[in-house]
Design a protein around this ligand. Sequence first.
Ligand code: ZN
Length: 100
Amino acid sequence: MLPAVEACYERVRSLLGLEIGIDHCPHAAGPPVCWCRKPMPGLILQFALRHDIRLDASILVGRSPADQTLAMRLGMVFRESKGFFESENREERDAIAPAG
Ligand SMILES: [Zn+2]
């Protein structure tokens, strides 16, 4: 993995205060040509299988109609990223990744 990508992952973990798994589509920008770029479900399905995650008990946080459609297709709850990380939603966030 590129050092810049790993640094980005570490920054996200630091901001969230969580040791969480992170993955991304490694393919070039532009029109989707792979199975792992949204709105294709491949990346999320692979991540869920790898980490034994139940999608029907998971939340997809995003900001676009494609994110919302993807969540619906995967049977996930969708939350708008704007506002999700505000303090009033802390209880729901903590339920996702309990401390300890
Ligand atoms: Zn890809």
